[in-house]
Design a protein around this ligand. Structure first.
Ligand code: CO
Length: 177
C-alpha cells in the first residue's frame, strides 16, 4: 500500500498525537509503508501524523556521510521510534530544513546541537540514542515535533514566521497561526 502524505492545511498535522499501546501488525505494516514513502521521496524522516495517523511514531532514514555510499541502503541509519521522549538537549545549531508536508519550502531553523532520545523500537525493545549530533539530531527534533503538532515553520523567528505563514496560508487557503 502506498501512503498519502498530508500537506499543510490538513488538521492532523496540528494535533497532539497519542501514545501507541500495542505494536501490532497494523503498526508494523505502517512502518514498512513509511520507509517506502521515505525512499520514494528521498526523505530523511517521516512522522505518522504526516500520513494521517495521529500516533506517536516516526521513522528515520539518515544517509551516510560519504556520498559514494548513498546508493547503499545498508549504510543508512534506519529506525522506527515509537513513543519517543527527548531526554536531553544541549547547545544550539542552525541549518536548513524542509518537510514533505510543506513542499518547496526550505528555511533555516535553530535546533539543539545535541539530543538524546528514549523510545521503543519496532520489536518492542526499549532503546536510546545518546548525544546525537548533525543531521540525526536535527531529524529527531523535527520528527518529534510532528508528534506534538509542531511544524518546522513554527520554529522560525517571529518575523520570518509571519512572512512564511502568510504565503502558506494564501497558498493552502488556511489561517494557521
Ligand atoms: Co516534517
Amino acid at each position: 500500500m502506498s501512503l498519502d502524505v498530508k500537506i499543510y492545511g490538513n488538521e492532523v498535522l496540528k494535533k497532539q498525537a497519542t501514545p501507541i499501546v500495542d505494536i501490532d501488525d497494523e503498526i508494523k505494516a505502517l512502518v514498512d509503508d513509511m520507509f517506502q514513502a521515505c525512499y520514494d521521496t528521498n526523505g530523511v524522516g517521516l512522522a505518522a501524523p504526516q500520513v494521517g495517523k495521529s500516533i506517536r511514531l516516526f521513522i528515520l532514514s539518515i544517509p551516510p556521510e560519504d556520498d559514494e555510499e548513498l546508493e547503499d541502503r545498508d549504510k543508512y541509519f534506519e529506525e522506527a521510534l515509537i513513543n519517543p521522549q527527548i531526554t536531553k538537549k544541549k547547545g544550539k545549531m542552525k541549518g536548513e530544513e524542509g518537510c514533505l508536508s510543506i513542499p518547496n519550502v526550505y528555511e533555516t531553523v535553530e535546533r539543539s546541537k545535541f539530543v538524546s532520545v528514549e523510545y521503543t523500537d519496532i520489536n518492542g525493545e526499549k532503546k536510546q540514542i545518546e548525544n546525537a549530533t548533525g543531521l540525526l539530531a536535527r531529524a529527531i527534533q523535527h520528527e518529534n515535533d510532528h508528534l506534538d503538532g509542531i511544524l518546522f515553520v513554527d520554529r522560525l523567528s517571529p518575523l520570518k514566521q509571519q512572512f512564511v505563514k502568510k504565503k502558506l496560508n494564501k497558498k493552502y487557503n488556511t489561517d494557521w497561526k
